[in-house]
Design a binder for this molecule. Structure first.
Ligand code: ATP
Ligand code: MG
Length: 400
């Protein structure tokens, strides 16, 4: 605000004589024009402040409807941008100083007011208030920046922590099969001649399994890494869904020893035997969900796979009657390395479902889980039909 314009002053003073005196004093000002508006009560003054703009408030600290510092706070709280000069009687300088501490910009002792002092005090209060405002804004900007940086830092810390957790769990899961290989090769080396042919073969088998596990772990971690860096893309090829599912189920039946059976059922529209599917992604999805269903089920349990062909999507539902997943665990299922606490001695790395989710995401599909402890679990995966998308594309190309 430039001081060459008229400075609008709101005087809050119940004593008429004092008010008139101040008015007279201000009239004498030559370098700067002042417009004085007078209110006798705090309540009225607050109303006036709401409806009009003022450059400064002159506030008497002894009003009929408010005493001392009590007058200051209501004005400041509603008009934080207006500078205030308090008017006090002689012997009341302590109160005046307290008012300055509480937010007034300056104070004047009534009987000592001269034109010079009054003009200087008003201009000084306005300047000081402007400086305060600028400082406050700068402070706020600074606070905001600190807050933003803190959030960024926390996120980075969290990410770092996640990374180091990931690495330590991964090395742990790698060490198990490595140890098996080390022990088995050591035993074979030292005792080859004393071992029976069957024992030898069983050690070789253990080594082979360990290598297989490590290989599987590595490819899963690579897949997760690809998904995280956005490189997991779909690659659709023609595939006979029924045969593909039967093959997965057949190889799972071979590798699982607990005699659990998978019952496969197709419903809905599969007139076109061959559809467009990303074979790799679909394999990861079905293989992980089915092997979970098998391994988290009791001996001899059944797993029901229902595949429904709908107009725009195919719905895969995999239901088991196994150990189930608690509500609390369901929230974390898809986090890498997460394993629920009811798994007992069933082995696993906790990576399967996080891979499933990434594959479903790459597919732009959906995955849902419904489960009850000790009753069973149903995973439902909904994947959009690709041949529809393709024929739509062809349609729109045809229209062009
Ligand atoms: P792996 O990486 O070898 O698959 P995992 O089976 O432990 O190990 P996920 O497939 O990611 O890992 O599953 C995470 C957890 O979810 C499991 O450890 C288990 O607690 C729970 N879970 C998954 N599927 C089922 C299911 N069908 N029934 C009960 N619990 C399940
Ligand atoms: Mg699993």
């Amino acid at each position: 605000m430039g001081l060459t314009n008229v400075i609008k002053v709101l005087l809050i003073e119940d004593n008429m004589a004092e008010a008139r005196l101040l008015q007279e004093v201000l009239k004498g000002a030559t370098k700067q024009e002042f417009g004085l508006f007078h209110e006798k009560r705090l309540k009225n003054a607050l109303n006036t402040l709401e409806s009009q703009r003022f450059d400064v408030v002159l506030l008497d600290l002894t009003l009929p409807d408010s005493q001392g510092l009590n007058s200051l706070l209501p004005i400041i709280s509603k008009n934080s941008h207006i500078p205030i000069v308090v008017l006090t009687n002689m012997n009341d300088e302590d109160l005046a100083l307290e008012a300055v501490r509480k937010g007034a910009q300056d104070y004047l002792v009534k009987r000592h007011i001269t034109l010079d002092i009054l003009v200087r005090s008003i201009c000084y209060a306005i300047e000081r208030k402007q400086m305060e405002e600028k400082l406050r804004e700068a402070n706020q900007t600074l606070e905001r920046r600190v807050e933003e940086r803190t959030i960024q830092l926390l996120k980075a810390q969290e990410l770092n922590q996640l990374k180091s957790e990931f690495v330590s769990m991964l090395s742990h899961d790698f060490r198990n099969p490595l140890n098996t290989i080390l022990l088995s090769t050591g035993l074979l080396e030292d005792n080859y001649d004393q071992l029976t042919r069957e024992q030898q073969l069983s050690y070789f088998q253990m080594i082979r399994n360990a290598v297989h596990d490590m290989n599987q772990l590595l490819s899963e971690v690579l897949l997760l890494g690809k998904a995280d860096s956005g490189k997991l893309q779909t690659n659709f090829c023609e595939l006979n869904l029924k045969i593909f599912c039967q093959q997965i189920i057949h190889s799972l039946h071979l590798s699982f020893e607990n005699n659990n059976q998978i019952v496969l059922n197709f419903e809905g529209d599969f007139k076109n035997e061959v559809g467009l599917w990303d074979e790799k992604l679909l394999w990861h999805i079905l293989n992980n969900l089915l092997s979970n269903a098998l391994k988290y089920s009791p001996q001899g349990g059944q797993v029901f796979v229902n595949i429904t062909g709908e107009e725009k999507s195919v719905v895969f539902s995999i239901r088991d009657q196994g150990i189930g997943i608690s509500q609390e665990s369901q929230k974390h299922l898809f986090e890498p390395f997460y394993r629920a606490d009811n798994v007992g001695n069933i082995t696993g790395t906790g990576l399967g479902l996080s891979i499933v989710r990434k594959c479903v995401e790459a597919y732009e599909g959906e995955i849902l889980v419904k489960s009850e402890l000790n009753c069973g679990t149903t995973f439902t995966v909904i994947l959009p039909r690709q041949q529809l998308l393709m024929s739509k594309m062809e349609e729109s190309v045809g229209k062009m």
